[in-house]
Each structure stands twice: as C-alpha cells, then as structure tokens.
Design a protein around this ligand. Structure first.
Ligand SMILES: *Cc1c(COP(=O)(O)O)cnc(C)c1O
Length: 310
C-alpha cells in the first residue's frame, strides 16, 4: 500500500474566472506537508523490499522529512545529515519522526560528503529529485487527476531539481496527454531549469540567492532537461516577492500555508489570465496547479521574509 494519500482536487473560486477554471491538486495536504512523499515513499518502499536496513538522506527540507516519515512507517531507521544552514522548522520535524539528525558542515555539499562516508552496503540513499523511482511515485498525482475526470489544458508547477516536473510529465504521457503543456516555474536566483533551457544543456548556477530554498538545486537533473525535449514545457520565472505574496494570499484564500517554493507556481495562477506571461496560461480553460506544499516556512516567517524583500 502506498505511503502517500490521494489528495483533494479543488476548483478554486478565488482564482477562477468565467470560462477559465483553476484546479488545485492539494499536495500540501500529504501527511508530511509536500508532494515529496509520493516519490520518496515509493523509493523507500522499493529499498525496503530490496532488504535495505537503513534509509539515508542529505536533505534538510521536505525530502529529508519525507524519508524520515516513510522510514518510521516502514520500521526502518533513518539518518539525515544536514548542513548548519538548515532551518529550525524542518530540523525539528525530522527529529520528531524519530530520525537520527546529524548536523555537519556549512553547505549541502559538505553534509552530503559526510553522509557518503557514513554509508554502509546495506543502506539505501534516497535522492531528493534524481531517481526514476521518485518520478514514478510523483506521476501518481496525474493518475488521480485523470481518475477524477479532469483533463487540464495546462499544468502549472514549481521546479527545483526537476523531480516533480519529470514525474508529472511521465504521468501526462502515461495518460496519452502529450498535448497538455507544462509551465515550469522558478524564482529569480534559483532558475536552474530556465538557464538550462536557454543554453540547451545543463547549467550549474554559481549560487542560490532565492528565499525559495526548496527550489535551490544549482543544477537540474538530466531527466528534467530531457522532458523539455519530449514534451511541451514552458519556463517561467517569478520574483521572491511575488512568491511570498502568493503564499500569504493563498493562506487567506484557501487556509493552507505553503513555502515560497510553492508560492512561485501559485503566483501565476493568481494573476488575471490576460496578464499572465505565456499564451498557454492566458488561454487555458482548465488550469491545473500542483500545490506542492512545503513545511519549511511557517506563516510568521513568510510575513518576516516579505517585509525584508522590499
Ligand atoms: C522539492 C520541492 C520542490 C521542487 O521539487 P523538485 O522535484 O526538486 O523540482 C518544490 N516545492 C516544494 C515544497 C518542494 O519540497
């Protein structure tokens, strides 16, 4: 039995307009607060079936939390190694799941190197975005949308390392929906997919400067760029301020708190259709938004970050 939940698919009266519906796939309501549980849960179950004795993650965000959550349900010990820069909220939630939390180094790279030194042959390392098992797990959200009887005209989602994008494209293709375009949204300072699409090859950003920390992969997975060649994928970039404002607006409109990483996609769904940046977004009669969620930014932090982003 999968570890994730079937999430609600809600038509938003706040963002819809006559003849232009906005549908929200509420991944924020997964028990650990983000879509990550779909792919990570699937990868952890596969690892358990292979006989793994421990699960490892080097994500100090929603992926690490999903591994901790999955490990607890599967009865497997979990070790998460995070750098000193990790936010207090995800650290507390990872520890709450009973995972061993190791704080090491000043950057993700150092934490990840330390994790690789701890790694035993019977351990399973769960990558945050670059693994076909993750994409297969994420694809299940499109299966649910199809089962609900909705075929969207466009899908709006956020991109970090591109695991969500890869899974959603896989899900669309499985349905035979090759004609349903995906709009992949990033924030300025974390736009590694936009850079790769422009260069037509993978690009490593020198640094991440966005508050949308869950979008902070300096380089996307190869599969994410490959998706842009086999499926209609459009790139869009919003500012941190737009993403933060969207989170606060969404909390008022739909009473759910999400991270700026999710606010990035929401920002374009909230924009009046005629003012949206891409024709596919302006014209979509049924726009599907993946509300990817995220637990790293409590409401008070959203307010504080917006004040600091004048
Ligand atoms: C991981 C994550 C993303 C980005 O997903 P990728 O698969 O890395 O592209 C976006 N939003 C939230 C809340 C996340 O946890």
């Amino acid at each position: 039995m999968p570890l994730h939940l079937t999430t609600p698919l809600i038509e938003s009266d706040a963002y819809g307009r006559p003849g232009q519906q906005v549908w929200l796939k509420m991944e924020a309501l997964q028990p650990c607060g983000s879509f990550k549980l779909r792919g990570v849960g699937h990868a952890c179950e596969a690892a358990a079936a292979r006989g793994a004795r421990r699960l490892l993650s080097s994500s100090g965000g929603n992926a690490g939390l999903a591994v901790a959550w999955a490990g607890r349900r599967l009865g497997l010990p979990v070790t998460v190694v995070v750098p000193e820069t990790t936010l207090p909220q995800p650290k507390a939630l990872i520890a709450q799941q009973g995972a061993q939390l190791v704080v090491h180094g000043s950057s993700w790279m150092e934490a990840n190197e330390h994790l690789m030194q701890l790694r035993q042959p019977t351990d399973a390392f769960i990558h945050p975005f670059d693994d076909p098992l993750l994409w297969e797990g994420h694809a299940s959200m499109i299966e649910e949308v199809a089962a609900a009887g909705l075929k969207p005209d466009a899908v709006l989602l956020s991109v970090g390392g591109g695991g969500l994008l890869s899974g959603v494209v896989q899900g669309l293709q499985t349905q035979g929906w090759h004609d349903v375009p995906v709009v992949a949204v990033e924030t300025t300072g974390a736009a590694s997919l936009a850079a790769a699409m422009q260069a037509a090859e993978l690009v490593t950003l020198p640094a991440i400067t966005s508050v949308a920390t869950s979008l902070g992969a300096r380089r996307v997975a190869e599969q994410a760029l490959a998706c842009t060649r086999t499926h209609p994928v459009h790139s869009a970039v919003v500012t941190d301020r737009q993403a933060l404002q969207a989170c606060l607006q969404f909390a008022d409109d739909h009473r759910v708190v999400v991270e700026p990483a999710c606010g990035a996609a929401l920002a374009l769904a909230m924009t009046e259709p005629a003012l949206r940046p891409l024709p596919v977004l302006q014209q979509a009669r049924r726009l599907l938004v993946i509300v990817c969620g995220g637990v790293c930014t409590p409401h008070a932090d959203l307010v504080r970050l917006l004040d600091a982003t004048k």
